[in-house]
Design a protein around this ligand. Structure first.
Ligand code: SF4
Length: 272
């Protein structure tokens, strides 16, 4: 909340609450959602769909959007915490019914060349039934090339069409294209990422931006040595633009190009 209050003071308008870890495991998640909302900061949430029962309806309704993440390993993962797939869908159905004002979406990571098609079909049908905004199907970034070589995403699309499942909400993200990082990375300044370790990072692709990808954020990419509120203040007050020339894999260069254009001074503006 201290970070949020500092953010508000510095002009923060919206925040995405996401992992390391499942955000809804936090024992004070309702107080966090209520507290951020009371500051007039809009919220989006990424959650794994297993713990919505912990969130009071009053707090859940304060979200603008919520994205539920899953993967081809979902059944095994749910098994580890004693949940079945149908219980997972029931939990989501209950949350969606309680908070109809929220824009709901799924993000499903494809992890195998022979993906869990039945699960994907169920997710897409559920999203269609409950009027979700979209279903993001995304290749596991660590094996995206291999998955693409096997035409995995195309095969999923073909199978959905063959089963006559409406895929108009599905956003197929192959992740087989990237660029080198941009020297002036404005994204880091526009929406810096607060890691679970309290340090600030330039983008949510920080784990896999360098030659050696990892599941953790990369310490050499920290935006500042300062943590939490002091760190945010340092970034914003000193307008720290990150030097992204160290990044070998960047999926956001188009965002940076757009931001660069928006920041450039236009001569003879009145004639544009
Ligand atoms: S990967 Fe791209 S968006 Fe992320 S820090 Fe590097 S240059 Fe910036």
């Amino acid at each position: 909340m201290d970070v949020m209050r500092t953010g508000k003071e510095l002009g923060t308008e919206a925040v995405t609450i996401t992992g390391g870890g499942e955000p809804l495991m936090h024992p004070e998640i309702n107080e966090i959602l209520d507290g951020i909302d009371s500051l007039g900061i809009e919220m989006g949430l990424v959650a794994n769909g297993t713990l919505f029962h912990k969130v009071q309806t009053r707090s859940l309704k304060k979200l603008i959007w919520c994205r539920i993440s899953s993967s081809d390993e979902l059944k095994t993962q749910l098994g580890r915490i004693g949940l079945s797939l149908s219980e997972w869908f029931d939990e989501i159905e209950d949350a969606v019914t309680r908070a109809k004002n929220v824009d709901w979406a799924f993000s499903h990571v494809v992890t195998k060349t022979r993906p869990n098609f039945d699960l994907i079909a169920k997710i897409v049908k559920f999203a269609n039934t409950y009027n979700f905004t979209h279903v993001r199907l995304v290749n596991n970034i660590f094996i995206a090339d291999m998955l693409e070589k096997a035409r995995t995403m195309d095969k999923i699309k073909e199978k959905l069409e063959k089963r006559k499942i409406d895929d108009s909400k599905v956003n197929y993200q192959k992740r087989d294209k990237w660029t080198k990082g941009t020297k002036k990375c404005y994204i880091a300044l526009l929406k810096p990422v607060l890691g679970a370790d309290g340090y600030w990072y330039p983008c949510c692709g920080t784990q896999y931006a360098l030659a050696k990808p990892s599941y953790d954020y990369e310490p050499s990419m920290r935006l500042t040595d300062k943590k939490l509120s002091d760190g945010l203040r340092d970034i914003i007050e000193n307008q720290k633009v990150f030097d992204g020339s160290m990044c070998v894999k960047c999926y956001y260069s188009k965002y940076n190009e757009a931001l660069k254009i928006m920041l450039s001074e236009v001569k003879h503006l009145k004639f544009v």
